[in-house]
Design a protein around this ligand. Structure first.
Ligand SMILES: [Zn+2]
Length: 306
C-alpha cells in the first residue's frame, strides 16, 4: 500500500499511516502547533483518513465521500469553531444528538473542534460524556495553538500530535523534520557526500553499501539526495556569506574553499536536474553512479582544458 507522507510532519504521517493500515483509531486526537491554518488543513486530511471507506490514497479524488469533505458537504463530518472565543455547550449537545441518530455512511463519524482551549467547563463536560460513550463510532479531532490552555480532563483523553512549523528551524533539526531520517542516517549521507568530494573513485565503489542500501525505497533515496543537495547548498552559503545554514562544520567550509562559487552552483543545478529522474522507473544503482560521475566531471575550467 502506498505510504502517506506529509512533508515535514513525521509524527502526523506516522499516526495517519497506522490508522490507514490498521483501520484502528483512538477516540480523540489533539493537533497542536503555531499555525491555525495548517492545523485546520491537517485536521481535514485526518478526517478523510478516518472516514474514507477505501484505503485513503493521496488525492482520493474518485471517492465520493472524500470529494464531499472537500466541498464541505459531508454530513458525518462536523466542524465546530468558536464564536467570539467561545464554544457553546448547545453546539456540542446538537452534535451528540445528530451523531447518535444518524446512520453511518463513512467508516467513522468525525467532529473537529478548533481552538479547543476556548471550551468552557460545561461545554468540556459535554464533550467528555461524548468521548465516554461506549460503542461510539465518532472520533474527535481537536486543534489548538495553546496546548497548555486546554482543559486537562480533555487533554488526558487525547492522543497529542505536534504539527511542526518549519519557519524558525535550521540545522540538523530542520533536516530531521524534512526527511524523517534520524541523526545517524543524516550523518552517513554527509559522510558519503564528503567522500564524493574527496575520493570519487572510492565513492563510486561504495555506492551500494554506503548509500543505496541505507534507503529501501525511492522516496527515501530522494530524501537522501536532498540532504546531499543541502550540503552543497551550505557550501554555497558559506562562499557567499561566510555562514552555513544547515551544517555548522569545518568540513563544509574546507570543501567550499577548495572550489569556486560557480562550480558549486553547477553541481547543485546538476543534482536538481537529475533528481526528478528517480520518479521514473530507473535502475537506482546506475542512476547514482551517473549522478556521482556527473558531479565529479564538474571542475574548474582550467583543469578541463586538456
Ligand atoms: Zn476517499
Amino acid at each position: 500500500m502506498e505510504e502517506i507522507i506529509i512533508k515535514n510532519q513525521p509524527i502526523l504521517s506516522k499516526v495517519l499511516n497506522k490508522i490507514n493500515n490498521t483501520k484502528y483509531s483512538s477516540q480523540a486526537y489533539i493537533l497542536y502547533g503555531n499555525s491555525k491554518e495548517k492545523l485546520k488543513e491537517y485536521a481535514l486530511l485526518f478526517s478523510k483518513i478516518l472516514v474514507c471507506p477505501h484505503n485513503y490514497q493521496k488525492n482520493c479524488e474518485k471517492c465520493n465521500i472524500c470529494m464531499r469533505i472537500d466541498n464541505n458537504n459531508f454530513e458525518e463530518l462536523k466542524i465546530i469553531e468558536p464564536i467570539n472565543y467561545m464554544i457553546k455547550k448547545d453546539e456540542i449537545l446538537k452534535l451528540r444528538n445528530l451523531f447518535s441518530t444518524q446512520s453511518i455512511e463513512g467508516r467513522n463519524q468525525v467532529y473537529i473542534i478548533t481552538d479547543v482551549e476556548t471550551l468552557n467547563i460545561s461545554a468540556a463536560n459535554s464533550i467528555l460524556k461524548f468521548l465516554e460513550e461506549p460503542d461510539s463510532n465518532s472520533v474527535a479531532i481537536f486543534t489548538t495553538t495553546n496546548l497548555d490552555g486546554v482543559i486537562k480532563t480533555i487533554l488526558s483523553r487525547c492522543q497529542t500530535i505536534k504539527i511542526n512549523n518549519l519557519k524558525n528551524k535550521y540545522g540538523i533539526e530542520f533536516i530531521k523534520e524534512l526527511t524523517f531520517f534520524d541523526e545517524d542516517t543524516i550523518y552517513k549521507i554527509i559522510d558519503f557526500t564528503k567522500l564524493i568530494e574527496k575520493d570519487i573513485t572510492k565513492a563510486i565503489a561504495d555506492i551500494k553499501h554506503e548509500f543505496i542500501d541505507l534507503f529501501d525505497d525511492k522516496q527515501k533515496l530522494i530524501s537522501a539526495i536532498n540532504v546531499m543537495l543541502l550540503y552543497y547548498k551550505d557550501m554555497l552559503n558559506y562562499k557567499i556569506s561566510q555562514k552555513c545554514v544547515y551544517f555548522e562544520s569545518n568540513d563544509v567550509k574546507t570543501l567550499a574553499n577548495k572550489q569556486k562559487t560557480n562550480i558549486i552552483s553547477k553541481k547543485i543545478s546538476f543534482i536538481l536536474e537529475n533528481i526528478s529522474k528517480l520518479e521514473y522507473n530507473v535502475n537506482v544503482l546506475l542512476f547514482m553512479e551517473n549522478l556521482i560521475i556527473g558531479i565529479g566531471e564538474i571542475k574548474d575550467d582550467k583543469s578541463n582544458r586538456s
